[in-house]
Design a protein around this ligand. Sequence first.
Ligand code: SF4
Length: 62
Amino acid sequence: MKAMIDKDLCIGCGVCPDICPEVFQMDGDKASVIVDAVPVPQETRAKQAAAECPADAIILEI
Ligand code: SF4
């Protein structure tokens, strides 16, 4: 699974790195993805981060 952030939508709330720091980090006032592919053990939390993102800025590709 691949994760991407739509930086135009991201409001920099910090929720995604809180939920899944293995995949997301804050990069200034926006989040960014730190892995090319989401490791299988982190897939559930990456999905949770996408579901809880208040701006719907996280895109997951299976
Ligand atoms: S949860 Fe969404 S809005 Fe918040 S930092 Fe992550 S991508 Fe940005």
